[in-house]
Design a protein around this ligand. Structure first.
Ligand code: PEP
Length: 249
């Protein structure tokens, strides 16, 4: 059975004090939910976040990591470093990593492989750009992103994979895919995985939607049968908004 998840990607926001304040407000207001709730603060605030949430059900994820175990990679963070501070969930392939930092499918395949070897859970992001949707190439783009970065994994590894379909044109823009567009793509993704592996595996993978999910549109998007929750950017930075989104699932 797949799980429902609401994850907040804080990106490069919130200093240490702000991180503590947001987490304490979030913990106080956290509704009872069957969904797994995850927050992904910046690297420098991961330890603070783990400490702040030690008695909470909210899990903490990293926003990125390097594929190597250690070595001459100035400015980078390894899986072992994350695991050493108790972080075993990592977001990989976010569109900002792809577009601003040149991360491509080949590099992401290496990062995913390392994370899986280290028994981490990967929230793997992918999705088409506006031009690709306008030219009706969104399905082929999404299919190739999955094939190139993910389909080298063996079946067992998929127990540690969460997918996050994030159409780039909807991220931080206020423009959201309609619930129907989200469902159509999520069903396509599940079918693509089913063909590459098998229907049971495809049915068990959680597929989150990301892209301007807000309190006023979350319930409708989450109501779609192949949408298993959301990866939330801007709205995860305000406790009240994030809580409303959690309640919507
Ligand atoms: C994201 O960055 O993953 C995201 C979905 O951002 P936003 O919710 O702000 O569109």
């Amino acid at each position: 059975m797949r799980t429902q998840i609401v994850a907040g990607n804080w990106k490069m926001n919130k200093n240490q004090d702000e991180t503590e304040n947001l987490l304490s407000e979030l913990s106080a207001k956290l509704p009872d939910s069957h969904a797994t709730v995850i927050v992904a603060p910046t690297f420098v605030n991961l330890v603070t976040s783990k400490n702040a949430l030690h008695s909470s059900t909210i899990k903490v994820a990293a926003q990125n990591m390097h594929f190597a175990e250690n070595g001459a990679y100035t400015g980078e963070i390894s899986s072992d470093m994350l695991l050493n501070i108790g972080i075993d969930i990592v977001i990989l392939g976010h569109s900002e990593r792809r577009s601003l930092f040149g991360e491509d499918d080949e590099l992401l395949a290496k990062k995913v492989k390392t994370a899986i070897e280290k028994q981490m859970t990967v929230i793997f992001c992918f999705g088409e750009e506006l031009e690709e949707r306008k030219s009706d190439n969104h399905f082929s783009v999404v299919e190739s992103q999955l094939k190139n970065a993910m389909f080298g994994l063996d079946e067992k590894s998929w127990q540690h994979i969460v997918l996050a379909y994030e159409p780039v044109w909807a991220i931080g823009t206020g423009e959201t895919a309609t619930p129907e567009q989200a469902q159509e793509m999520h069903a396509f993704i599940r079918n693509t995985i089913s063909e590459a592996y098998n229907p049971t595996l495809a049915n068990d993978v959680s597929i989150l939607y990301g892209g301007s999910v807000k309190p006023n549109n979350a319930a409708e998007i989450f109501s779609k049968p192949d949408v298993d929750g959301g990866l939330i950017g801007g709205a995860s930075l305000k406790a009240d908004d994030f809580v409303e989104i959690i309640k919507a699932i």
